[in-house]
Design a binder for this molecule. Sequence first.
Ligand code: PEP
Length: 251
Amino acid sequence: MRRTLIAGNWKMNGSRDSIAALLDGILSGVDEVSAADVAVCAPFVYLSQVAERLQGSVVTWGAQDVSSHANGAFTGEISADMLLEFGCRYAIVGHSERRQYHGETDTVVADKFAAAQVAGLIPILCLGEQLEERESGVTEQVVARQLDAVLDRVGAEALAQGVIAYEPVWAIGTGKTASPEQAQEVHAFIRARVAAKAAAAGEAVRILYGGSMNAGNAAQLLAMADIDGGLIGGASLKADDFLTIARSAAA
Ligand code: PEP
């Protein structure tokens, strides 16, 4: 049985004050959310504030990126061990904005996944096709390439200890959501590809959907057989919307 995970990706948004208010809002309603694990992924500089405020609550937290290196002369990088020292649970790797604007290749993403996992974090591996790729019918090839880079690097069993987020790039921050059927089709494809390597790993791996998921469309997406939660950008910045999405997991 895969437990639903609703994870917020705040991206490069917030200030000490707005984050304090957002966390207060989430904490005021999260006790009613029993059907899902709830997590927030904050900008690095606010992680200790987030850790302190969430201590003792059911809400866990993660980083939006992590270095593929353990330590050393990598100016500006943050290692998995540094994150763990503060109580971090998750690290997003391979978000499309990192692939697109920071040149992260499939190999770099696989290295980050492995580094996060070896240190004890749960990596959230983002995959997804661009609009032109969907329109030219190569969605499965793109997703397979991104997935295989990690499968080949760590193996199916280790992959299944992490989390996958299918995020069609054309749906991120655009207000354009994949239909539940479109998303389900790709989620089933991803699961089958992991299962082809190890059946139990395919069954166990949590696959989140991300791309303009909001309070209005979450229930339908989360009702699909292979959608095990959501990675939420814009809508995770409003406590009420984020909690509504988390509550939709039980609908
Ligand atoms: C994301 O950044 O991972 C995301 C899914 O963003 P949004 O929900 O805003 O589309």
